[in-house]
Design a protein around this ligand. Structure first.
Ligand code: PGA
Length: 265
């Protein structure tokens, strides 16, 4: 199973979410699509989880009036962040239990924007991974080096430390998603080349072995300026299991065409 994940970041209101899903539904219908070969996951802002969850639930029950929207059935819902505590005085935060209310199946943790803008440490990311797994939500763990670290030849060391700390005491018996997102490729239009991604993906799998991680089925995704011009080429990377897409996922047609490029491999 491959994974095509949209990270909408702080974009999209209710109206644009509705139109977006309607457009995805139209494309799915036109192409007689099913989501069984590759998962399509959308991580909207918290404010539209409720709307998306209602649409997805009604689509699965077959009770939607809107014909196009009905075809989004099978699409999965993710969140962009979570707090590892169950409840309490954490102003502005959202817990796993709250995400559970909306049928959220996935949550992004360790994104470089959370690390750099909100000072989140690997130790905190580890708490999120554990809380997500305890609450039956699948984490999408993001790791990646900065340009400085890459230029200094420290990529492996950085990824090793991130994985070591973020995956401490983690045990997973199913697919576990790790998104390799080089910080210098996020939102910059500079994509890592296929060879670099292939090498890093192998590096990640080796690190997991070295750390004796109890993860049965690691899946390695790539994120960083993926778009509909480079997706086909990137999807040929032999050890790649999917994409995490920011900017290009805001357009339904573009996201759908990236999904198809991935699925075609
Ligand atoms: P981008 O973002 O596709 O806009 O580079 C990727 C991400 O931040 O996950």
């Amino acid at each position: 199973m491959k994974y095509c994940i949209a990270n909408w970041k702080m974009n999209m209101d209710s109206k644009s979410t509705f139109i977006y899903l309607d457009n995805i539904g139209k494309l799915v219908y036109k192409n007689k699509e099913t989501f069984d070969k590759a998962s399509m996951i959308i991580c909207p802002p918290y404010t539209t989880l409720d709307l998306m969850s209602n649409i997805l639930t009604e689509a699965s029950k077959g009770i939607l009036d809107d014909v196009d929207l009905a075809y989004v059935v099978g699409l999965q819902l993710g969140a962009q962040n979570v707090n590892p505590n169950n409840y309490g005085a954490y102003t502005g935060e959202i817990s796993i239990k709250m995400l559970n209310q909306y049928g959220t199946e996935w949550v992004i943790v360790g994104h470089s924007e959370r690390r750099s803008l909100f000072n989140e440490s690997d130790e905190f990311v580890n708490l999120k991974v554990q809380a997500a797994l305890d609450g039956a939500i699948n984490p999408i763990l993001c790791i990646g080096e900065t340009l400085e670290e890459r230029d200094a030849g420290r990529t492996e060391e950085v990824l090793f430390m991130q994985l070591k700390k973020c995956l401490k005491d983690v045990c997973v018996k199913k697919d576990f998603l790790i998104a390799y997102e080089p910080v210098w490729a996020i939102g910059t239009g500079k994509t890592a080349d296929c060879r670099t991604i292939e090498l890093v993906n192998d590096m990640i799998l080796n690190i997991l072995k070295e750390l004796k991680c109890d993860i049965q089925n690691p899946k390695i995704l790539y994120g960083g300026s993926v778009n509909n011009n480079n997706a086909e080429n990137l999807s040929k990377i032999c050890n790649l299991d999917g994409f995490l897409i920011g900017g290009a996922s805001l357009d339904a047609e573009q996201f759908y065409s990236i999904y198809n490029a991935l699925k075609g491999e």
